[in-house]
Write a protein that binds this ligand. Sequence first.
Ligand SMILES: C[S@@+](CC[C@H](N)C(=O)[O-])C[C@H]1O[C@@H](n2cnc3c(N)ncnc32)[C@H](O)[C@@H]1O
Length: 183
Amino acid sequence: MREFILYSRTGRTDSRFPNLREAGRLDVVYQAILMSLFRSHGIRRDVTFHALLGGPPNPPLELMVEGETLRDARTDEKTWEDILRRVLSGREHPGITVRKNSLQHLVKEKQNIFVLEESGESINTIDLGSDPVFVLGDQVGLPRKDEEFVLRYGKKVSIGEKAYLASACICIINYILDRRESF
Ligand SMILES: C[S@@+](CC[C@H](N)C(=O)[O-])C[C@H]1O[C@@H](n2cnc3c(N)ncnc32)[C@H](O)[C@@H]1O
């Protein structure tokens, strides 16, 4: 099992938006969902993705996408704009849950937590154990006070000195874990 938690400070918490980018950068959330849950011709059934949405009008909300039960989802942005609009207006989609929750509460429910940060310990040397949970910042990064809170429960891990898109980090981590499982 793998989990990714994306902190989206501006992600809109209702369905009234013209497009994902103008929904407090829900396009960043969409890209992270894509890299978390999709392989070529398949869904990663062993991945759960969470976005903590901090934008108006009803923050904080947790959007959870579970690979095990996700259905009827293609990979294009329009599909996900429709799905996110649907679940943020209180309607259902298989494998997706929206609930009132904060990053702090979610992290307290988890174990084996790693905060992704350029300055962290290299992913090549750190012991990720089993069922790791990775926490990432959005297009701006993780706010300092939230990072300090999460670090009470986990460690900082780095995939390199350069800053990558959150979605790219997820893709790289999935690749690293896939290789470890294969060899
Ligand atoms: C687009 S980056 C944010 C960049 C922002 N300028 C900052 O300083 O945080 C989004 C998130 O990706 C993760 N990230 C980016 N590059 C990374 C790296 N080399 N190693 C580990 N995590 C990284 C961090 O969690 C970061 O908050």
